[in-house]
Design a protein around this ligand. Structure first.
Ligand SMILES: Cc1ncc(COP(=O)(O)O)c(C=O)c1O
Length: 356
């Protein structure tokens, strides 16, 4: 079976982890600080604050903005549950704006329509490795005095008009093993805002500015040096990982038949965390079964939009495009471990099942 995801772990990662284990300093320490510096430079921002996961990065970013009960955060319903749940963690209310059917990303016009006097932030999610339309979203944020908390958990190295995802507002990344680079578990907040970075560091570490003096209730959301060591070995490989994903996606775009292949609008760099096609006509689930029978691993991200999840049953919103996408999407393997022969097998299987 060609897996839908496979982390690329080599000798550098193993040796880096071994060195940390040998050093006797395992928790947050010099490797985390080094990883933060290098990841900030990669994203083109002044600060990066490492966390234990992408979820805790989003949670800390929301807390660092002082968001809480009574505040609304506009986000997409077509995402992993963590985006909306973190808004709930801080007691604020997620408000869902529908997606653009071509890009699967939040639609700026829908965001504009969802703004109320309680709106405090927009959380765009750069889904599948494609940036949202940041010109339009930054313009809305500026006019309504809103913060932008980018869920860049799937977008390491994606760009919008040459600027890296995670550098527009406050960026939040995940290093879960399926992501374009990994630390096993881990996350990162990226920002040019000195005050937000400072707040994030304090919240991440039990609200502690001075050792064992606590002025507020914080959390243990730290990354360990073991995880940062993996990240330091992965970061120099990220561009080659992304290039491999882009090349694999281009091959599939050129050869797949009977499905709607992903769009990369002019001015965007899509890094294909997922290569997601649409299978219209209610045939998606049969195609999933057929692909697996033919040795092609695939995934459905996401079969139920967030506003249709039981835990969001109290939410009323109209997001027909997110609902349609949930019925039609299918993701195929393009990770760097996918070779030309695998691509041939994927194309043959999809075209047999969907082609004319
Ligand atoms: C869009 C999105 N947001 C948030 C997260 C949460 O990241 P993590 O799994 O590292 O907590 C993920 C990752 O799974 C994600 O894909």
């Amino acid at each position: 079976m060609i897996p839908i995801a496979r982390p690329q772990i080599g000798e550098d990662e193993k040796q880096a982890v071994w060195a940390v284990l040998e050093s006797g300093m395992l928790a947050q320490g010099p490797r985390v600080a080094e990883f933060e510096g290098k990841f900030a430079a990669y994203c083109g921002v002044r600060h990066a604050v490492a966390t234990s996961s992408g979820t805790t990065a989003l949670h800390v970013a929301l807390l660092a903005h002082g968001l809480g009960p009574g505040d609304e955060v506009i986000t997409t319903p077509f995402t992993f549950i963590a985006s909306a749940n973190t808004v709930r963690y801080v007691g604020a209310t997620p408000v869902f704006a529908d997606i653009d059917p071509l890009t699967f990303n939040i639609c700026p016009e829908a965001v504009e329509a969802a703004v109320t006097e309680r709106t405090k932030a927009i959380m765009p999610v750069h889904l599948f490795g494609l940036s949202c339309d940041m010109d339009a979203l930054m313009d809305i944020a500026e006019r309504h005095h809103l913060a932008i908390i980018e869920d860049a958990c799937q977008a390491h190295g994606a760009t919008f008009r040459g600027q890296r995802a995670g550098s527009f507002g406050i960026g939040c990344f995940s290093f879960y093993p399926t992501k374009n680079m990994t630390t096993a578990e881990g996350g990162m907040i990226t920002t040019d805002d000195d005050a937000i970075a400072e707040r994030a560091r304090v919240i991440r570490q039990h609200g502690m500015r001075r050792r064992y003096y606590h002025d507020e209730v914080g959390y243990n959301f730290r990354m360990t040096d073991v995880h940062a060591a993996i990240g330091l070995a992965q970061l120099p490989r990220l561009e080659s990982f992304n290039e491999a994903r882009i090349a694999n996606a281009a091959y599939l775009n050129a050869h797949l038949k009977g499905v709607i292949t992903p769009t990369t609008p002019e001015g965007y760099r899509h890094v294909f965390h997922q290569y997601t096609v649409r299978v219209p006509g209610g045939r998606r689930d049969d195609v999933v079964t057929g692909l697996r029978e033919r040795g092609v691993g695939c995934g459905v991200y996401y079969p139920v939009p967030v506003h249709r999840q039981r835990i969001y049953a109290d939410v009323t919103c109209s997001c027909p495009e997110a609902e349609r996408a949930s019925e039609e999407v299918l993701s195929l393997p393009v990770h760097p471990g996918v070779k030309r022969a695998d691509l041939g097998q994927i194309v043959k299987a999809v075209n047999e099942l969907c082609g004319p």
